[in-house]
Design a protein around this ligand. Sequence first.
Ligand code: SF4
Ligand code: MG
Length: 329
Amino acid sequence: GAPLLSVENLTVEFSTAAGVARALDGVSFEVRAGETLAILGESGCGKSTTAQAIMGLLPKPAGSVTGGRIMYGGRDLAAEPVRKVREVCGTEIAMIFQDPLSSLNPVFRVGAQVAEPFRQRRGMGRQEAWARALELLKRVGIPDAETRISDYPHQFSGGQRQRIMIAMALALGPKLLIADEPTTALDVTVQKQVMNLLADLQAETGMAMVLVSHDLGVVAEVAQRAAIMYGGRIVETGAIRDMYDHPAHPYTKGLLESIPGGRVGSRLKPIVGSPPNLLNLPTGCAFNPRCPFAIDRCRELAPTLRTPQGWPAGHQAACHLSEEVLTHV
Ligand code: SF4
Ligand code: MG
C-alpha cells in the first residue's frame, strides 16, 4: 500500500554563531502502516533532527527545514504552520523521548497526565478519563496501577517512567509512534523489557514505529528495516536482517562490530575517530577520514545511494567501494 509517512529529500539547516550547519542533507525514507523503521547512527548524525522535523519540534529560530517534503496523509507537514503539525502530531503521530522526566510534569499525579489527552482531545469527563488512564497504565505494565496512578513522576523508576510516557503516547491510538532513544537511559535488562513492550503494543495496535537509536543491537529484534545516518545523510538502508549479515557500507560494518553481542565471532571494536563537524564536512564521502578503505576518489566525489551488485533490491548504500570491500554471500 501507500506509505504512511514519506520523507522526501529533506534538508534542515541550523544557524549557529560559527555559520550554517546542514544537519540534514537530502534525507529520504518511507514508513508503511504497521512496520518499524530504525534510524541509526552516532550522536550528531541527524537522527534526532529527523524526528524533530517530522514533529514540528525543531528548535526555533535556529533550526528550519530548507528543502524537501514530509508527506503524511496527503499533506506536507514541512509546509504547514507548526500549529497544524501539532494537531496531527497530537493525535495520529506520537513521540517519546530518551528522558521521560523532561516530558512529565513533576507537580501532577501521573494519572492526571495520562488522562489529559482523553479530556483535551476526546472531551471525556474526569472519571471516564481517569478510568482510561488506569487501563493504559495496567497495559504498559505498571504494577499495582490502581494505587500508583495517584503517585507523582519522581516516585517511579526510570523504566516505569518510560512506560508511563508510552501510555501517554498511545492514549489516542496513534498511527505512528516516533521513539527517540527510548531506552538509552535505562539499564540493559529494563531496555529489553521496554523494547518488548513496544513490540507487543505494535502487534496489538498495528501502529507503525520509527525507532531512533545509536544502538543497532537494541533495535535489531524489533525493526524490519533500518536507515543508517552519517553526517546528516542516509548512508545505508535496507532490511535490518540483511544489513546485519551483509552490511554494504564500511560505517555500518563498523557499527556492527562496535556493539556487544554484535556479529558472531566479532570482538568489540569501536569505530576509530569522531563524527564529522557539520560546519566543516570532509569533501567527498563524509566518512573518508575514518574509513579504512578510503581511496582518492572517496576524498573527491561524494557517493550517492545505490544498490550494490549482489545485494538485494531495496538495499542501498552510499559507498564507491561496496562491492570491492564488502561481500554479499
Ligand atoms: Fe569508505 Fe570510500 Fe566507501 Fe566512503 S566511499 S565509505 S570513504 S570506501
Ligand atoms: Mg539524539
